[in-house]
Write a protein that binds this ligand. Structure first.
Ligand code: GLY
Ligand code: MN
Ligand code: MN
Length: 440
């Protein structure tokens, strides 16, 4: 893998400028960091920065708040953060401190987080609109209301409190939905690392292997490449593959099982999301191959809809139609295609949607529908295509040969000017490609 990637400082400047232009000169934008969460006593869960704050600054520390004040003469981009503290830094590692943060993150000004209470009311005063994620952090919501009330209490002295309160996501999610060239490089790296990880799992598979052993192979590759899981890795052998959010990863596989692996790396804040389903012994049985081929056909049908100007929803509809046709041919569904589609009978075997936006968050931000209609695809959007089929082990309405088979195939797709690019294309996908990679 190539050298570490870094996000150029001008990418953050550009994003903040875009957001401020969208918000307008009489607005203020407030973006708090993620909170640290205690696991027990003085031990914390691993800290992950809020994606919005990362997107706008790259600032990695908790207890910080970005405030954008478009057009403000004494500085538009302000950060509140922890002060340097020799004692604390000896325990937790270095902090930037306000001075260091201004320098390192190209901000106009920075202040100690302890001064937020004193300074924020003055920044709110005279601004008519507040953009903020209401309801995400109840404690911060209350603080904001307190600061607003302080401005309101000064009305008779001539203060002008804000009077419009708007959901920050309405602006920022739209920006984040369209990945710029730098972001695509990070997403490609996350995808490349994830491809290597899935290959490692396929190569390590053998009858009897435990699900967590395969998880270890995958996450070892992530860490070796400076990445970590973008979400809890799912490794389900046999009928565990039918549990959509299977988390235990504790069972032993048996000869003849398929294993479903849904795992993706997060590299410097950007996620990949890949699923492959492969036979632990390296050879698909005929029924396993038939369903795997059908899922592959559904994925290809969805992918054929991935180009600018096509409705996002078209991919799901194409996948569902292909799956229904195939299930009828294989005898898992009965009756006419139209009636099956109209009544959604495929949902017995396929209960999730065919994908989601992908970016800093695995289920990334962005509207799927605009004015009640599926939105149209545009260059820069990245999403997953992940059809699957899951036949419950106790589904007595189908031939026993199908029971307990769970399959999903998931890839990450970037919409380009004239079509698409599959970021995860290098990973074996068809049954033949998987068998060849497993070499047995
Ligand atoms: N890994 C979660 C998903 O595929 O949506
Ligand atoms: Mn997904
Ligand atoms: Mn997934």
């Amino acid at each position: 893998m190539n050298a570490a990637l870094s996000m150029p400082a001008k990418a953050y400047v550009r994003r903040r400028k875009q957001l401020m232009t969208m918000a307008g000169d009489d607005a203020i934008v407030i973006v708090p960091s993620a909170n640290e969460h205690i696991r027990s006593r003085d031990t914390h869960y691993p800290f992950r920065q809020d994606s919005d704050l990362s997107y706008l600054t790259g600032f990695p520390e908790p207890e910080s708040v970005l405030v954008l004040v478009p057009g403000r003469r004494h500085g538009e981009t302000l950060l509140f953060c922890r002060e340097r503290d020799r004692e604390r830094e000896a325990w937790d590692g270095p902090r930037y401190g306000p001075e260091g943060a201004v320098e390192a993150f190209g901000l106009d000004d920075a202040y100690p987080i302890a001064d937020l209470d004193d300074i924020l009311p003055g920044l709110l005063e005279g601004r008519s609109r507040v953009y903020y994620h209401f309801g995400r952090d109840a404690e911060f919501d209350l603080k904001l209301i307190g600061w607003l009330n302080r401005v309101r209490a000064m009305v008779r002295q001539g203060a002008q409190p804000p009077h419009e309160f708007l959901e920050l996501g309405h602006l920022l999610d739209e920006l984040r939905l369209f990945k710029d060239r730098d972001e695509v490089r990070f997403m490609q790296r996350a995808a490349d690392i994830s491809v290597l990880a899935h290959e490692a799992a396929m190569r390590a598979a053998r009858p009897g292997v435990r699900e967590y052993e395969l998880q270890a192979e995958i996450e070892c590759v992530f860490r070796r490449h400076d990445a970590e899981p973008a979400y809890g890795s799912i490794v389900g052998a046999g009928s565990n593959a039918c549990v959509l959010h299977y988390r235990a990863n504790s069972a032993a596989s048996q000869d003849g099982d398929l294993v479903l692996v849904d795992a993706g790396a997060e590299y410097r804040g950007y996620a990949a999301d890949i699923t492959r389903t492969f036979p632990v012994n390296g050879r698909f049985s005929a029924p396993q191959r038939a369903l795997h081929d059908l899922v592959g056909a559904a994925q290809a049908a969805a992918l054929a809809q991935a180009r600018p100007g096509v409705a996002y929803e078209a991919g799901h509809l194409a996948a569902v139609e292909t799956l229904t046709e195939g299930l009828l041919q294989l005898g898992l569904l009965k009756g006419k295609l139209e009636k099956n589609l109209a009544e959604g009978h495929y949902k017995r075997f396929y209960r999730h949607k065919t994908g989601h936006w992908l970016g800093m968050d695995v289920h990334d931000v962005g509207e799927y529908r605009l004015d009640g209609e599926s939105r149209l695809l545009e260059p820069g959007m990245v999403f997953t295509i992940e059809p699957g089929l899951y036949v419950s082990p106790d589904d007595s309405s189908v031939d026993p040969k199908w029971r307990g088979i769970g399959i999903r195939t998931e890839d990450d797709v970037l919409i380009t000017k004239d079509g698409h690019q599959v970021l995860t294309d290098r990973l074996a996908r068809s049954a033949d490609e998987i068998e060849a990679l497993m070499g047995r």
